[in-house]
Write a protein that binds this ligand. Structure first.
Ligand SMILES: Nc1ncnc2c1ncn2[C@@H]1O[C@H](COP(=O)(O)OP(=O)(O)OP(=O)(O)O)[C@@H](O)[C@H]1O
Ligand SMILES: [Mg+2]
Length: 452
């Protein structure tokens, strides 16, 4: 708006300079014309009274008039002058630049002067007319005219600027704000198709920009959806691999026994089976190098805890091999807990497996005991071992995926998956104690569903 006002003012000044020069010229020509009319009285009677002559001059607003009708110079009317003539202006065919220069210097110079103006008399009134006048009236009229032009240009520039402002707002600013707003909303939720821009601008260039943005958003949203799906797939694969690896490791132990079979056919097949399983375990392990998993919501039911723990211990006993590890369970026979049987099995089995691996690594005999008891609002399960305690790295990154693992062939996912599964139950997994004399993990399971 300010810029428009400035530009209109500049344009107005460019118009003002020639028009004020023209105004001065017209003013002086009018004076010449009036003086000519005043002098016409002399044509009627040669000698008029001094009073009449003075009145005629006053009406015309000049000091004297000289009208030359032919070669002889004729003085027509005259009155005393307050000062000598300081400048003479010839209005017969003056160049435009001179008119502008004279007009501007008249505006600038505030001192009143007496000037002589020469012009062509109108209506075949003679050869030449010459008048003498004071500049005060001329200058005042010019200033007055200038002020009027100034006010007019101010009004014009405000109106123009206002109209331009409204037009720019409606045609450019509003659509641009709309684009910016949609972009911000889109950036907050790029996967939400509702925030894709719908091109609506009337200005061609802006509409093209909107269309380009729309196609970019469509591509980006598609790419994001695909990325999300791939991430979910990656998570699922990681989880499957983790537990598949554990299952296959147990299977590996069975094949060790199959190898001892007396049946020659079985003996021949066994190494192949072992190799296949080993390859499968490796495959799972390398898959696990990718991504962390989010578990599905648990399918809660009332399950017998004693049965579940006996299953875990049985599987672990098989895995112990030659090492000297004893297992004990201290679980009330009729104890039931609210849990997803499959997930709780994975939790306890992961903890028991960690304990078993830690004890085996020491080469010493050891003991793993799983105990359970009920509290008013929580069911508690503890997994205790007499192993070497958690290594510092495992304690530092406890429950962080991929970070705390120190066992060979392990991924460092077991504890973080176990905790995640328990939190899905509204429960918690904590490390209660760890040290040279052993480690104890504690499982808490809420007795009542969250809704009550
Ligand atoms: N009972 C324990 N005694 C000693 N160290 C333990 C015990 N439980 C866990 N740890 C240590 O904590 C680390 C992290 O355990 P976690 O189960 O998360 O991963 P992992 O056993 O290495 O691999 P994964 O279970 O994924 O195969 C283990 O590498 C081990 O060093
Ligand atoms: Mg583990």
């Amino acid at each position: 708006m300010v810029l428009t006002a400035i530009f209109v003012m500049i344009a107005e000044i460019l118009i003002f300079v020639p028009s004020v020069a023209r105004y001065r010229e017209e003013f002086l020509n009018l004076k010449l014309e009036r003086s000519q009319i005043a002098s016409l009285a002399l044509l009627v009677s040669e000698d008029i009274s001094a009073e009449l002559s003075e009145e005629l001059l006053m009406n015309a607003g000049v000091f004297n008039v000289v009208l030359r009708r032919d070669e002889a110079r004729q003085l027509m009317l005259s009155a005393p002058m307050p000062a000598p003539i300081s400048q003479t202006f010839d209005l017969r065919d003056p160049p435009a630049t001179m008119l502008i220069k004279d007009a501007l210097s008249r505006l600038i110079d505030p001192e009143p002067e007496v000037i002589r103006v020469i012009g062509q008399p109108g209506q075949m009134g003679g050869l030449l007319i010459e008048i003498t006048l004071e500049t005060t009236e001329l200058r005042d009229a010019m200033l007055d005219y200038g002020v009027r032009i100034l006010i007019l240009s101010a009004v014009i520039s405000i109106v123009t600027a206002g109209l331009l402002f409204i037009a720019v707002r409606a045609l450019l600013v509003k659509p641009i704000k709309h684009v910016v707003g949609t972009m911000a909303a889109y950036a907050d939720a790029p996967e939400d198709a509702r925030y894709l821009i719908s091109p609506s601008a009337g200005v061609t260039e802006l509409r093209e920009a909107e269309e380009a943005l729309l196609s970019m958003q469509t591509q980006l949203t598609g790419a994001l959806r695909q990325r999300e799906r791939l991430a979910q797939l990656g998570s699922a694969v990681a989880k499957v691999s983790h537990d598949l690896r554990n299952i296959l490791t147990s299977a590996q132990l069975f094949t060790d026994r199959i190898e001892m079979s007396e049946d020659p056919q079985v003996k021949r097949m066994a190494p192949k089976l072992v190799n296949s399983i080993t390859r499968a375990v490796h495959l799972c392990e390398s898959t696990l190098a990718f991504g962390k998993a989010e578990e599905p919501a648990p399918n809660l039911g009332m399950i017998n805890l004693d049965d579940l723990i006996q299953d875990v211990i049985e599987a672990e006993r098989l895995a112990v091999g030659d090492a000297d590890i004893s297992f004990s369970a201290d679980v009330p026979v009729a104890m039931v807990v609210r849990a997803d049987a499959e997930q709780l099995y994975r939790v306890i089995s992961n903890l028991a497996r960690n304990a078993r691996q830690a004890i085996i690594a020491t080469g010493q005999p050891g003991e793993i005991s799983i105990a359970a008891y009920g509290q008013p609002d929580m069911d508690i399960v503890t997994i205790t071992d007499t192993g070497p305690g958690l290594p510092p790295k495992a304690q530092e990154y406890l429950f962080q995926p991929f970070q705390g693992g120190t066992t060979k062939g392990g991924t460092g996912l077991g504890l973080s998956i176990a905790r995640e599964l328990l939190r899905g139950h509204g429960g918690e997994l904590t490390l209660r104690t760890t040290g040279a004399e052993g480690t104890q993990f504690l499982i808490e399971l809420p007795k009542t569903p969250a809704a009550t």
